[in-house]
Design a protein around this ligand. Structure first.
Ligand code: ATP
Length: 325
C-alpha cells in the first residue's frame, strides 16, 4: 500500500504492511478465482507486503484466524470471500487497529459493490496496493457487529429458511425462490421502534436497519445511509396486500421516488425495537435468532468509527459523509 490515510488531514506511509489473506473456498465465486489467488499473493509480496494466505476449513475459522491476527497487530486482514466471510472477520476487527481489505470471492459481494472495490481480483488487488484506509461505523445487535444491515421480519425468515434447506446450494436463485414463497404469505407483525425522540408504531412486513445503503446487491432500502456518520438508518416496510408487495419491490428496484409511500423511516444512534412475539433476524445476510419480546426491546446501536477499511482512493459517492482526499 503506497499511502494509508485515516482521518482527514492525517496520513502515514507504510512500505511493507503485514497482512493475512483469509480465503473461504466455499464462497460463491471462489472456484472461478482460485487460480488467481496465488498470483495475487505473489504480487503483494513483490510490492513488499509481508503477506500469507490461509484457507478456512469450516464456518468460524475466519473469525478465529482474525482474532490471532489482531493479537499479533497485523496491519490488514484481507477477506477472500463474500459478505458472510467479512461478517465473521469484523467481529474481531471491531475496535482494533487492523484494517479490513477485500478480494471479492462471494456470490453477491455487497460490501465490495458498495465501497467501489472492483469485483475482478486484479482490480481489487490494486485497491489493496494503492487505496486508502478509512474508519467507518459498525452496527451492533446483542453481541454481534454488523457492517451492512440488520433485517427483521420477512428477510430474517427467508435467511433462516434458506439456511436449513438444500436450496442454499442454488445460491441467489435459492434465496429468490424462498423469498417469493415467504413474500406471498408472510404475516405482518406489530412493532414499536424508538429512535431517540422519534417513535414509529407500525404493522410491518420488514424492518431494515442499515449502516450502509445497498441490500442484496440490487435494492437500497436505506438509500441515505452513510457509513461514517455515527448513525443507523431505519426503513420500516408497512403491511401490504400481495399485489402491493410486488409494487414495493418494483419501486425499490427502480428506485422510484414513490417508494417512500410504502415505508416509515428515521435515523438514530440507538434503536429500541419492541415486538409482541419473536421475529426472525438476519444480520449482514446471516441468520441471527429472533427479537426479544414484550417489555424487553431488541437494542441495535451504532459503534462509531469501529472498523478500519481499505477502500479506493476515489471514495464511493454517497456512502461516506467525509469528502475524499
Ligand atoms: N471452509 C468453510 N466451509 C463451510 N462454510 C464456510 C467455510 N468458510 C466460511 N464459511 C461460511 O460460508 C458462509 C458463506 O460465505 P460468504 O458469505 O463469504 O459467501 P457467499 O454467500 O457466496 O457470498 P455473499 O454473502 O457475498 O453472497 C459464511 O457463513 C461463512 O461463515
Amino acid at each position: 500500500m503506497q499511502e494509508i490515510i485515516d482521518e482527514p488531514g492525517s496520513s502515514m506511509e507504510k512500505q511493507s504492511p503485514t497482512a493475512i489473506l483469509i480465503a473461504n473456498p466455499t464462497a460463491g465465486s471462489y472456484v472461478f478465482h482460485a487460480h488467481q489467488i496465488t498470483n495475487i499473493l505473489a504480487t503483494l509480496q513483490k510490492q513488499g507486503w509481508q503477506a500469507e494466505l490461509k484457507l478456512t476449513q469450516a464456518s468460524g475459522d475466519a473469525r478465529r484466524l482474525t482474532r490471532v491476527a489482531v493479537q499479533q497487530h497485523i496491519d490488514i486482514v484481507v477477506a477472500i470471500g463474500g459478505d458472510g466471510t467479512i461478517h465473521e472477520i469484523i467481529q474481531e476487527l471491531a475496535g482494533s487497529e487492523t484494517a479490513l481489505g477485500v478480494l471479492p470471492g462471494g456470490t453477491v459481494n455487497v460490501w465490495a459493490r458498495e465501497a467501489g472495490i472492483p469485483l475482478d481480483l486484479h482490480g481489487a488487488c490494486d485497491v489493496l496496493l494503492n487505496g486508502q484506509i478509512r474508519s467507518i461505523d459498525l452496527g451492533k445487535i446483542n453481541d454481534h457487529y454488523f457492517l451492512l444491515m440488520v433485517g427483521i421480519g420477512l428477510d430474517g425468515e427467508v435467511t433462516q429458511s434458506v439456511e436449513k434447506r438444500p436450496v442454499k446450494h442454488l445460491g441467489v436463485l435459492g434465496y429468490l425462490l424462498v423469498a417469493a414463497w415467504w413474500g406471498a404469505r408472510y404475516p405482518a407483525f406489530h412493532t414499536t421502534i424508538e429512535m431517540g425522540q422519534q417513535s414509529i408504531k407500525a404493522n410491518a412486513l420488514q424492518v431494515i436497519i442499515g449502516n450502509t445503503q445497498l441490500y442484496g446487491g440490487a435494492l437500497k432500502y436505506t438509500w441515505l445511509a452513510k457509513c461514517d456518520d455515527g448513525l443507523l438508518d431505519v426503513c420500516v416496510i408497512r403491511k401490504q396486500s400481495l399485489f402491493r408487495r410486488v409494487a414495493v419491490i418494483v419501486d425499490f428496484l427502480l428506485r422510484h421516488p414513490r417508494r417512500t409511500q410504502w415505508i416509515r423511516s428515521g435515523t438514530s444512534d440507538t434503536i429500541k425495537l419492541y415486538t409482541n412475539y419473536p421475529i426472525a433476524i438476519q444480520i449482514d445476510g446471516e441468520p441471527m435468532g429472533h427479537t426479544s419480546t414484550n417489555e424487553h426491546p431488541t437494542i441495535i446501536s451504532v459503534v462509531p468509527r469501529a472498523l478500519k477499511v481499505v477502500v479506493p482512493t476515489r471514495l464511493a459517492p454517497d456512502l461516506f459523509s467525509q469528502a475524499s482526499h
